[in-house]
Ligand binder design. Structure first.
Ligand SMILES: NC(=O)c1ccc[n+]([C@@H]2O[C@H](COP(=O)([O-])OP(=O)(O)OC[C@H]3O[C@@H](n4cnc5c(N)ncnc54)[C@H](OP(=O)(O)O)[C@@H]3O)[C@@H](O)[C@H]2O)c1
Length: 388
């Protein structure tokens, strides 16, 4: 069944990409140039956003397939004599080592695995003092040890945090307050997330992906605001290109059971965070580099991490090996978030990014009503027990 779905998606994906190239009047080989590639993937995603007749979880698979075909063609040697993996990874080193931050403080959730771990490595190379919010301080010790050895920096520590529990988020903030003077945090990176996990309702009463991926990150950000530098603070949120699969946000989803699997809830949570950030940016502007600022969401790319361990198709024996080769490495995946952490100019606040480029955030309706994002904001504030 899964293999059938994968074969169908790959064939349809290849056909769809060919038609899109024709429509945009592009030769496939032109996709090697990032200027063409970014616009191309964005155009494809915006098309998929219009497919209201396709179930969300199928669109999630399809977006993954399209990105993977794109990586195979353009970044894994099909149009080039070699893969661009090492180029992408050395670009990350250049970004990190080219930035001097002298002990500025960065707080990151889930910095002990996958993309988050690579962001930590980059931030340590860039001179930041990094505080990781981790499920387990004990198992994070080994990660901290290896990062210290790799970067020759000891400016890294961890604090316990469970995003499926609001009290744990509040305890985390209390611990930060003991370590960091007010207004001293330069970066807050809401990186931690889960995808397509078994159905679970948290102690706070919400489906666990929704609480982990958008409710708790929003609570954490609001509680930490007094500690974020008003002059140069920047707050990042990990979203995902799966946000393009959602056209209407039904506010009761965090209280609803799964359909066929948990991918609908995942896409919903990533769409919510991306739609909330422009509103957050309006409410709480922070000045940076002379402009008001900087709350951003991003898609890191399709990156081989344990995020996919609960999605069967990625764990089929042969398929898993192929994906391992094709998908981006965690270091490649930290390119966009690290760029957003370290670059001087990341454009307007409240924007959504992928491949180091600002992307169009598609508009959604909320509970069936267009231009109703304020309802999402009010509902979220209620769900995290904060006043507007
Ligand atoms: N990989 C991709 O292709 C991709 C694509 C789009 C978006 N993203 C987003 O990028 C972010 C990083 O993902 P990744 O691929 O690096 O996945 P990952 O390797 O699984 O890392 C996720 C991190 O989040 C932590 N985490 C999960 N639940 C948590 C909780 N309740 N409290 C505290 N920490 C928790 C995990 O801790 P434990 O290890 O202790 O569970 C882990 O450190 C996620 O938000 C993901 O949705 C990834």
């Amino acid at each position: 069944m899964f293999l059938l779905l994968v074969s169908f998606s790959i064939s349809f994906g290849a056909y769809f990409l060919r038609e899109k190239l024709k429509q945009l009047n592009l030769a496939a080989s032109q996709l090697q140039q990032s200027s063409h590639a970014d616009g191309f993937l964005e155009a494809v995603n915006l098309d998929i956003h219009q497919w209201t007749w396709v179930p969300t979880f199928l669109k999630v698979y399809f977006i993954g397939v399209v990105e993977t075909i794109y990586i195979t063609l353009c970044q894994r040697g099909l149009f080039k004599s070699s893969s661009t993996r090492s180029m992408n990874e050395s670009h990350v080193d250049t970004l990190a080592l080219g930035s001097k931050n002298d002990g500025s403080i960065a707080v990151i959730t889930g910095g002990d695995s996958g993309i988050g771990l690579e962001i930590c490595r980059g931030l340590l190379d860039a001179g930041f003092h990094v505080i990781i919010g981790t499920h387990s301080v004990k198992s994070c010790e080994a990660v901290i040890d290896s990062l210290q050895k790799a970067t020759s920096s000891d400016k890294i520590s961890s604090i316990q945090l469970d995003l499926t529990n609001y009290q744990s988020v509040r305890d985390f903030v209390d611990q930060i307050q003991l370590k960091v003077p007010k207004k001293n945090i330069q970066l807050l990176i809401n990186n931690a997330g889960i995808m397509n996990t078994d159905y679970k309702i948290t102690d706070d009463g919400f489906e666990s992906q929704c609480q982990t991926n958008f409710l708790s990150p929003m609570l954490l950000t609001r509680l930490l605001l007094p500690y974020i530098s008003p002059k140069s603070g920047r707050v990042l949120f990990a979203s995902s290109s799966t946000l393009y699969t959602v056209k209407d946000l039904d506010l009761s989803v965090p209280l609803k059971k799964y359909g066929l699997n948990g991918l609908d809830h995942y896409a919903y949570s990533k769409s919510c965070i991306a739609q909330l950030v422009p509103r957050l940016a309006k409410t709480t502007p922070v000045k940076i580099y002379g402009k008001t600022t900087r709350y951003v969401t991003y898609h890191p790319g399709t990156v081989r991490t344990k995020l996919f361990s609960t999605t069967t198709v990625f764990n089929l024996p042969l398929v898993s090996r192929i994906f391992h080769y094709i998908m981006l490495s965690p270091k490649e995946g930290c390119r966009t978030p690290l760029f957003l952490c370290l670059s001087k100019d990341v454009g307007d606040s409240g924007t959504y990014w992928a491949n180091e480029n600002q992307q169009t955030l598609p508009s959604v309706s909320v509970n069936g009503i267009v231009n109703n994002n304020e309802a999402l904001w009010i509902d979220t504030m209620q769900k995290i027990n904060l006043k507007k």
